[in-house]
Write a protein of this length. Sequence first.
Length: 141
Amino acid sequence: MKPEDLKSGVIVDYPYLWRWQQERGETEGRKDRPVCVAIALRRLDSSKTYLALLAISGTPPQPGRRTLELAEIECRRAGIKTWKAAWIYIDEYNFDIAEWSYYLDLSQEPRGRFSKSFMMKLAAECSPFFKTRQSRVDRTD
């Protein structure tokens, strides 16, 4: 996979670092999990691809968390069809740079890709969180 293959809606495996883990001083995600490329921005004046990655989990969310439950069809499209249920977390995201990432394995093949209609709904739901830096877990250090 090349950085330019990382488009909005693509699902890859990534060692996602939860905000609560970062607040406790952790710097590494505990395990690889499916994540959705919510945003992939390529700067014309550099060779960097900036990514906003949203975690997907099969564990029901804790009260107070903002998630979208995935329909069965979207689970199949995402390559997680064996899960009984899945949620995508929209109230936080990992920020990374594809070409410089210590965490993103560019040798992997994407698991799948969400539909355009689901991504439009996802964009509308997570937009308020992307406007604040407190939702961002920076993985570029």
